[in-house]
Structures are given as C-alpha cells and as structure tokens.
Design a protein around this ligand. Structure first.
Ligand SMILES: NC(=O)c1ccc[n+]([C@@H]2O[C@H](COP(=O)([O-])OP(=O)(O)OC[C@H]3O[C@@H](n4cnc5c(N)ncnc54)[C@H](O)[C@@H]3O)[C@@H](O)[C@H]2O)c1
Length: 260
C-alpha cells in the first residue's frame, strides 16, 4: 500500500496489540498498523503463520491460544513490560461453526463462545489497567453482521458476536471518562481463506452470496484494516461505544419494476 509521504502516520509509535494476527483480517490489520508506524505486539495460535507476519511487519510475536486467560495475561503484561505502555488493542480472534440451535452440541456452543467472546474479554480486561496507568487507549473488537439480528445456521457465533458489541459498549461506558475508547466493527463477508473456501462449495458461489450486500461484492481484508486503523487512531478520538457496520446486507432489494 502506498501512503502519502507527507501525511502523518496514524499510529506513530503507538504500542498496538493484535490477537489472531497470523492470517486474514488480523494479518491485514497488522500490515496496515505497521505502515502507520505502530510498535506491534502480535499473537496467533499458529506459530508458523505468525512468524511470517512478524517478519513482514517488524513486530514481536507470541504464539498461543487467545482463549487461555493465563496466556493472554502473560502476552499483555510482557508487552507493557517491554514497551512501558499499551495504546491499542485489536481483538480479532473469532471462530464460527455451522449448525442450527437445536442441533449444535454444548461443546460446539462453548467453543464458539470461548474463541469469539471470551478471547475478547480476556485481552480487554488485561489491557485496561495498563491503559489506565497511561491515561487511556483504544480498543477495537471484531464483531460480525451475524451479531446484529442473528444469523440462520450460525446462532452460536451470532450470539458470541452480539456479546462482543455489548462488551465494547460497556467498556466505553465504564472507562470513557478515564480515556479509554472501545468500539467494534462488522465488515460484512470478507475475502479471507475460510470464507472463500466456504463460498466455493455453495450453489451460485460468491455471486449468490454477495448479491444482497450493499456494495454487491465481498469486502477486502485491507478495507477492514483501514476501518480498524481509523477507529484505533486519534483520528477517531471522539468515537466510543459504536459498532461500525460496513457492506452489510440490504433490508430490501431494488424492486423488479425499477429498471434504472
Ligand atoms: N471473513 C469474514 O467474512 C468475516 C466477516 C465478519 C467477521 N469476521 C471475523 O473476523 C475475524 C478474522 O476472520 P478471518 O476471516 O480473517 O479468519 P482467518 O481464519 O483467516 O484468520 C483467523 C486467525 O486467527 C487465528 N486464531 C484462531 N483461533 C485462535 C486462538 N484461539 N488464539 C489465537 N489465534 C487464533 C488463526 O490461526 C488465524 O490466523 C474473526 O473474528 C471472524 O469471525 C470475518
């Protein structure tokens, strides 16, 4: 990505933590944060994937499970010890498994709450004391269109993503007067490996899946990264407690009689 040379970098010297930075949207956010001058502290459960992004971005990586609170506490505290502060947390990890509510097992339910919502709580609660000690910070968490209004066949994931939005709203309410902003994003279906693999197997493929999106196409990971970067940065200094929705599904389609 080419950035204007004269433009101030949005995250210059900000200490930024990202969970699940080894692939897809998390990796795209790591690259954009790096281009914006961030000091990166990255995590992924897949050590090999993480190593590639660490190499590319010049960040520090710690492989581990973001749904393990002990690991997350170590990951966060080490960042604060190494750099003296934490400015930004981006909670990226989330896992979805198909199945209607009457069919999924408790184990499948728990897996999705643990990886999608608990991860967000563990990292958020761990960074708060460090952000307070430093006069504030910015937390951005990945939700999903599924978290607003539910989603057929993805109910456990949808419930967890609704929880992510609510968690960020509450953090915004509880810590705004102490300088911490907290927001979430719902980017619409985004062209990462798991979604592309899923769409390949669907009748009609990507076209059938994107026809009722506002932009009638998939969102690109770099576009999500731009949104997350803006929310994380001081450019969004008055924005807290929102869920920024982009390229979600339309409530209505163009009526057949409208031929424009
Ligand atoms: N792709 C989409 O269409 C889309 C749309 C809306 C929201 N999201 C959300 O965006 C986020 C990223 O999705 P993606 O499509 O980039 O997925 P991805 O599979 O490409 O990347 C996810 C990364 O998270 C890592 N990860 C998984 N579990 C982990 C754990 N317990 N601890 C640490 N790292 C872990 C994986 O190893 C991987 O590198 C997820 O929260 C997902 O729910 C995706």
């Amino acid at each position: 990505m080419t950035l204007g040379d004269s433009r101030p970098r949005l995250l210059h010297d900000k200490v930024c933590l990202i969970t699940g930075a080894g692939a897809g949207i998390g990796a795209a956010v790591a690259r954009r944060f790096s281009a914006e001058g961030a000091v990166l502290w990255l995590n992924d459960i897949d050590g090999d994937a993480l190593a590639i992004v660490v190499e590319e971005t010049g960040g520090t990586g710690m492989a581990g499970d973001a749904s393990d609170p002990k690991f997350v506490a170590t990951w966060v505290n080490e960042a604060a010890r190494a750099h003296g502060r934490i400015d930004v947390l981006y909670n990226n990890v989330g896992v979805s498994r198909p199945g209607r509510i009457g069919d999924i097992t408790e184990a499948e339910w728990r897996l999705q709450q643990r990886t999608t919502l608990d991860t967000c709580f563990f990292a958020t609660s761990a960074v708060i004391p460090h952000m307070l000690a430093n006069g504030g910070g910015s937390i951005v968490s990945m939700s999903s269109g599924a978290g607003i209004g539910g989603q057929y066949g993805l109910g456990a994931y949808a419930a967890a993503k609704a929880g992510v939005i609510s968690l960020m709203e509450t953090v915004a309410t509880e810590y705004g007067d102490e300088g911490i902003r907290a927001n979430s994003v719902t980017p619409g279906p985004t062209a990462t490996a798991p979604l592309l693999a899923y769409l390949d197997q669907q009748p009609g493929g990507t076209d059938a899946h994107t026809a009722d999106l506002k932009l009638a196409r998939l969102t690109q990971p770099a576009e999500v990264a731009a949104t997350v970067t803006w929310l994380a940065s001081d450019e969004a200094s008055s924005i807290s407690g929102i869920c920024l929705q982009s390229n979600t599904r339309m409530a209505s389609r163009r009526p057949p009689h409208d031929q424009r």
